[in-house]
Design a protein around this ligand. Structure first.
Ligand code: INI
Length: 154
């Protein structure tokens, strides 16, 4: 039987940064709420969670990098909403956000979670900002908690 190593879902005593874009804030505020719900349900305390607001998804990677470099956090959760219908430069914003967030994770060695919704329509965005597990902010935070615990176990 191989040894299987995976992260528990325990956020007690861990510190989390959320980097959230204000663009499409009717969606991103729901993602932030979903993340906070997941973190507190897993045992994180308010004092151990900080939310950093950026203008749009394009700005997320730079602030995520700066936040990660402070070494004050165990994980960074990036939240945003890029909607093709409302975005002539959708492909640029979505690509830079995803590439940039991945680069920050690899450069800093910290779990940096991709909780950016990239969709064609506002309706799809609303679906992915729904309640509990349908909420991308909730699942992104759960991924952050799992990764932090996995790091402790490796
Ligand atoms: N930023 C988003 O987060 N989502 C979008 O859908 C979006 N649209 O529609 O353009 C968007 N644009 C702003 C962009 O992220 C930057 O903030 C802006 O270009 C300044 O650098």
């Amino acid at each position: 039987m191989p040894k299987i190593v995976e992260g528990k879902l325990n956020a007690e005593g861990k510190k989390f940064a959320i980097v959230a874009s204000r663009y499409n804030d009717f969606i991103t505020e729901k993602l932030v709420s979903g993340s906070l719900d997941a973190l507190t349900r897993c045992g994180a305390k308010d004092k151990d969670i900080e939310v950093f607001k950026v203008p749009g998804a394009f700005e997320i990677p730079l602030v995520a990098k700066r936040v990660a470099q402070t070494q004050r956090f165990d994980a960074v959760i990036c939240l945003g909403a890029v909607i093709r219908g409302a975005t002539p430069h959708f492909d640029f914003v979505a690509a830079e956000a995803s590439k940039g967030i991945a680069a920050v994770m690899m450069e800093t060695g910290l779990p940096v979670i991709f909780g950016v919704i990239t969709v064609d329509t506002i309706e799809q965005a609303i679906e992915r900002a729904g309640a509990k597990l349908d909420n991308k902010g909730f699942s992104a935070a759960m991924a952050a908690v799992e990764m932090v615990n996995l790091f402790d176990a490796v």
